[in-house]
Design a protein around this ligand. Structure first.
Ligand SMILES: NC(=O)c1ccc[n+]([C@@H]2O[C@H](COP(=O)([O-])OP(=O)(O)OC[C@H]3O[C@@H](n4cnc5c(N)ncnc54)[C@H](OP(=O)(O)O)[C@@H]3O)[C@@H](O)[C@H]2O)c1
Length: 314
């Protein structure tokens, strides 16, 4: 496993991150979650992402149980707040009251004294950006969080927050977590140059387009129990992208890679990439995906991939 600096910060993380959404505390039982997390550690993955809203707090709880007995210093734990967690007007948002209370709840569920990376899960246009920044800055100063970052933010919001942090002399965000993969470009790719300029590292979510960019859908059939089963949105995307997926699958095979390894390696060649956040329901998936770390793609290969993707540019 290779390791990278997260943005322009002193934090180093494995270039593959493992995320909790849908699977942990939800689709898979706790013992299987533990096996997936253990496989990640075995592969050298030390960077884990969750959120308070995942499985209504259960994802953080199961990760908290798994962390017990581990050397906390060797783990980089990221979580998020912003979406509704309790009733009432301050049960959601990026205002000071919600952020402070949500942070304490996450610390309790994760059974830890601090969070390595605390992310605002989505923009809150009803709260002044300065209030959000000051609350996050105070959490850093209080030692409850080490760093903070944004999720689902666009280039303009990143720029505005960077300007504001600078002018107020506050700590700055170090990461951006948006939807970004070979099949989903757009917002995140448009934000890439801004992130590079402002020192934010990219930690894209759904880097395998929720599993579509893996070997298992290449026949066009959906295996029993797979995430696309009964998921109309994913099934529609599978039909839409199947010819591209097959072409990418062949391209990967010619280089002795699996499609998921190629999809992750391609992301790892984008700037300013830090670590795609994979999801997994089985240890074997983690082991396969971890092998994307260190795969080198030449400029010619990247250009060929661009052609297979339909020459789409941001
Ligand atoms: N900030 C946000 O708004 C936001 C939104 C979404 C996600 N996220 C973060 O990003 C993380 C990853 O998202 P994601 O789960 O959508 O990522 P993903 O890596 O695109 O998809 C993960 C799914 O793909 C399948 N898969 C993975 N590796 C495979 C392999 N080698 N072979 C076959 N199938 C494989 C598994 O599905 P099966 O169930 O079919 O086995 C797995 O659950 C989340 O856990 C969360 O931390 C953040």
């Amino acid at each position: 496993m290779n390791y990278r600096r997260l943005g322009r910060s002193g934090l180093t993380v494995s270039e593959i991150c493992l995320g909790a959404w849908i699977n942990f505390g939800g689709r898979i039982p706790d013992e299987e979650t533990f096996a997936v997390l253990d496989a990640a550690l075995d592969e050298g993955i030390d960077f884990f992402d969750t959120a308070d809203v995942y499985a209504g707090g259960k994802a953080e709880e199961v990760m908290g149980r798994w962390m017990q007995g581990k050397d906390r210093r060797t783990l980089t734990i990221a979580t998020k707040c912003r979406w509704r967690m309790w009733p009432g007007p301050n049960g959601e948002g990026a205002g000071r009251k919600h952020i402070m209370d949500a942070c304490h709840d996450s610390l309790r569920r994760l059974q830890t004294d601090y969070l390595d990376l605390y992310q605002i899960h989505g923009p809150d246009r009803d709260t002044p950006a300065e209030e959000t920044l000051r609350a996050l800055d105070e959490l850093v100063k209080a030692g409850k969080i080490r760093y903070f970052g944004w999720s689902n933010y666009d280039a303009e919001m990143i720029a505005e927050n960077a300007r504001l942090s600078e002018s107020l002399g506050l700590n700055r965000a170090i990461s951006l977590q948006n939807n970004y993969s070979m099949l989903v470009r757009g917002t995140e790719e448009r934000a890439n140059p801004r992130c590079a300029r402002e020192g934010l590292g990219l930690i894209p979510y759904s880097p395998l387009a929720q599993g579509l960019l893996s070997e298992k859908y290449l026949s066009g059939e959906v295996p029993t129990g797979a995430r696309a089963e009964g998921n109309e949105g994913l099934l529609k995307r599978l039909q839409e992208h199947l010819p591209t997926l097959k072409a990418l699958g062949e391209f990967a095979r010619a280089r002795e890679l699996s499609l998921s390894q190629l999809a992750l390696a391609w992301l790892l060649h984008q700037v300013p990439m830090a670590a795609p956040i994979i999801g997994a329901t089985r240890p074997e998936q983690v082991r396969e995906n971890a092998k994307a770390s260190g795969v080198k793609l030449s400029l010619e290969e990247l250009a060929e991939i661009e052609t297979l993707l339909g020459g789409k540019k941001p």
